[in-house]
Design a protein around this ligand. Structure first.
Ligand code: SF4
Length: 373
């Protein structure tokens, strides 16, 4: 019996439990995943984030970083289902941007983002209200990094704000300052600081807003002088890179450039030769002359893949520690096969659906982002 026969649609039946997939071999899971892809054809689109493990990403139709994947979801013309191999906020974004008739699924609902969890709507609304006691919020653009929940994107949509990614953060800040004189940037303080500094904004005009403290832990005069208010959040993966890792790499490879992601702390960015988004990092390695040696400070799976796919270069992971995104790693072959086979037999699991009002306002902020290059 072919593997395809195991996924015949059985509408009305109960979903296959995940337990049935736990003990299957990788080879069998690969085969069953590919059987669903063949059976569903163009009606299925599997999107894979670059930080996914190799055994998952090889089943993706398209790969990208958050920005590219959100564009791909918005542009998808033929599919009816998107299975998103990434984390929760990415699947939400795909649901908001894709055509109405497209349903989006996340193979494991526990695949979240620790950075996104560092800002929630209640805390941001409280901060907005507190800011209104000190300054005119009409002169503040709320900017959320795409690594945030849909209701925070909707907050930005409602308040004249915008979403950014690491690919277009500078263009988004320019867009914001062309309209209003201040920015409230959440949830990643490092991306906000590193980007605003490239525009000449001094660090002392970028106070950190700690949501657990009154007025974010700032005296009123600091807020009045602020150009960018930086939410106290960070990526637990990129925060692990340290300036001393750059120094250690330089000692070993004095001619090897260091390339890092802007979610790294400012001291690491200052010590590096190049800083840029995931797509920038990939393109830089792809275009580099053969024989060059690189120290790369971003998620481990991506760096290992770059090293493997570019044997003409020597690509080193910058940190001696394991900096991998543990939540991305939750998307594995058993979850992908479980999600796909249930989808194919019309007993879908793990659909991500943003309520209509939140989606409408979040789409406003996301469409502004997609228009800013
Ligand atoms: S790498 Fe960091 S920002 Fe990206 S999903 Fe993982 S925890 Fe979130």
């Amino acid at each position: 019996m072919s593997q395809t026969a195991t996924i015949e649609p059985q509408a009305g039946t109960r979903a296959i439990p995940f337990e049935d997939y736990r003990d299957l071999s990788d080879a069998e899971l690969d085969e069953r995943i590919e059987a669903v892809r063949r059976a569903m054809g163009d009606s299925l689109l599997i999107l894979g984030h670059h930080y996914q493990q190799d055994q998952v990403i090889r089943h993706a139709d398209l790969r990208g970083d958050s920005y590219k994947l959100s564009q791909l979801a918005a542009e998808s013309a033929t599919c009816r289902s998107i299975v998103f191999c990434g984390v929760h906020f990415m699947a939400e974004t795909a649901d908001i941007l894709a055509r109405d008739e497209v349903a989006v699924y996340l193979p494991d609902l526990s695949a979240g983002c620790s950075m996104a969890d560092m800002a929630d709507l209640d805390a941001v609304e409280a901060a907005w209200s507190d800011l209104g006691e000190i300054i005119e919020t009409g002169e503040v653009t709320p900017v959320t990094y795409i690594n945030s929940s849909a209701d925070l994107k909707a907050f930005c949509g409602r308040h004249g704000g915008i979403v950014c990614t690491s690919s277009n953060a500078r263009a988004v800040l320019e867009w914001s300052f062309a309209r209003r004189r201040r920015v409230l940037f959440f949830p990643d303080q490092h991306l906000g600081r590193n980007t605003a500094r490239t525009m000449g904004i001094p660090v002392d005009e970028m106070p950190v807003w700690d949501p657990r403290q009154p007025l974010g832990g700032n005296p009123p005069e600091t807020i009045q002088a602020a150009r960018v208010l930086l939410w106290r959040g960070h990526c637990s993966v990129h925060q692990m890179f340290r300036p001393e890792h750059v120094a250690m790499f330089r000692q070993r490879f004095p001619d090897g450039p260091v390339l890092v992601h802007p979610e790294c702390m400012m001291k690491v960015v200052d010590a590096a030769d190049l800083v840029g988004s995931t797509e920038f990092i990939i393109q830089t390695i792809e275009k580099a002359p053969a024989g060059s040696i690189w120290g790369v400070g971003t998620e481990l799976h991506l760096v290992n893949r770059l090293a493997h796919e570019h044997p003409e270069q020597t690509v080193h992971f910058l940190s001696p520690m394991v900096c991998m995104c543990a939540t991305m790693y939750r998307i594995d072959l058993p979850h992908l096969a479980w999600c796909l086979e249930n989808l194919a037999r019309n007993t879908p699991v793990n659909r991500i659906q943003v309520d209509l009002e939140t989606a409408a306002w979040a789409r406003t902020a996301l469409e502004r982002m997609l228009e800013v290059r």
